[in-house]
Each structure stands twice: as structure tokens, then as C-alpha cells.
Design a protein around this ligand. Sequence first.
Ligand code: APR
Length: 248
Amino acid sequence: MTDIEQLQKFIDESQNIVFFGGAGVSTASGIPDFRSPNGLYAQNYGNRKPEYILSSTCWKNERELFYKFYFDKILMNGQKIEPNIIHKKLAELEAIGKLKAIITQNIDTLHQDAGSKNVYQVHGTTLTNHCIRQGCNKEYSIRDLFERKNEDGIPVCDCGSVIKPDVTLYEEQLPSDAWENSVKALKNADMLIIAGTSLVVYPAASLLNYFRGDKLVILNLQETEADSMADLVIHKDMKDVFEKIIVR
Ligand code: APR
């Protein structure tokens, strides 16, 4: 049996699948990942490190640099990014009741755009943004963010305060609702597919310890630290693999 036939067999046998994904899920849509050789962290941004720019410290102390990077590299300057076959197949698996949850470290909206409903974004989301002033906290869309930039490129609320994306920056707490929903889904799952993630960022990577089922699949170009625990490991391009999955 080939590795893809084994994956298909696991999926056919399972009724309670959870998917745990990372940046490798969105690379086929044109969004670079972080730690691959051509990933975001391999690039310098005006000789500043992206890992620093995406931190709470940078957002607090160097807002012009943060928002320039955010609009350019995270929102891709408003370029329309489409869900790929992976997002679409996962939405189909949810629609027939097999896939119960997507836990993603990604902050893009491609799973939602593909029609998935139970998407838990443990590193927050670009989908929404909020004014930081206590008592205001007004919500804004991605489009609003572009339209509300001041002369320094910083998006400003009607009340005059700064609008902050709902993404989890380095040094910040993960959203508790996404975390709790992820733990609950993992405890009930009979199959866990981990894909497109280097599994090097904690606490997100520790979520897989809540999985109790008997079908753990790792689908990733590079090796991960969880490979030895898996029932099936596929080191291939996940786009090619998902193209062969039959939703039935
Ligand atoms: N098919 C399979 N695997 C892929 C593909 C692909 N088409 N493209 C990339 N990958 C793999 C890479 O080999 C790599 O191991 O996906 C993994 C992506 O790892 P990272 O770039 O580290 O991304 P991720 O694991 O999501 O990072 C976690 O780090 O910076 C933080 O908050 C950020 O959520 C992010 C977190």
C-alpha cells in the first residue's frame, strides 16, 4: 500500500478527524512560510529581523516599521490570495461530517474563505482588527485598515487611537477560546493530521499532546520532532498529496 493509499484508508475509517496546520498549508496559495530556505525568516527587511518585527516590543516601540512590514509581507499589499486544493478538500471533509476541526497557526483567512466553519486560529487572525483604547475597542476589517492609514502608515480609529490586528505577536498570550476549542477537539479525535508545520513554536506545538486517537499522520516536506510518534509520515508536497485524496 502506498503512503497516499494508507492516508486515504485512515480517512475512510475515521469519523472524527482534526487537522493541525501551519504555514506550509498556504504556500501553494503564494504565501511564503517562515522557516523554509525561501521563507519569510530567511529574508531581511531593511536589515531588521522579521521575528523581531512580529513582536509586541516592535509593535509598541517601532510602529511605523511594524505596520510597513504587516501591510507588505502579511497582508501582501492587499493582493487577492485564493484558497488552494488543501483548504478546499478540508472544507469538503468538514461538510460531509468527517473533519470536526481545523487548528491552524496561520493568521490568513484561507480556511474560512474555502468554507470551513470550525477553524481555531491559535496565533490569532488577520480577519479582524480592534482599536486599542479601553472603552472604544471598535472592530475594523482588513479593508478598513488600508483605508485608515495615517501619514506614518499607521491605521487610526475614529476615536484617534491605533488599530491593532487580532494576530498574536511574539511575547503575547495565545487567544484562550481558540486554545480551549483546540484541546476539546483533540481529546475527541480519532485521527489527527499534522501538516505544513515545523512544530518548533510553543505552546502551539504542545497541543498534539492532547490527542488520544490511534491515527496520527505527519505530512510535511521537512522532518519534524513528532515523526517518531506518528502512525504515518509523508515527506512530500502536501498539495500533491491532497490532490489525490478522495472525499467520500
Ligand atoms: N508541503 C508540505 N510541507 C510544506 C510545504 C508543502 N507544500 N511548504 C512548506 N512546508 C513545510 C516546511 O518544510 C516547514 O517544515 O511546512 C513547514 C513550515 O514551517 P514554518 O515555516 O516554521 O511555519 P509554521 O510551523 O507554521 O510556524 C509556526 O511560527 O513565526 C511563527 O507565528 C508564526 O505561526 C507561525 C509559527
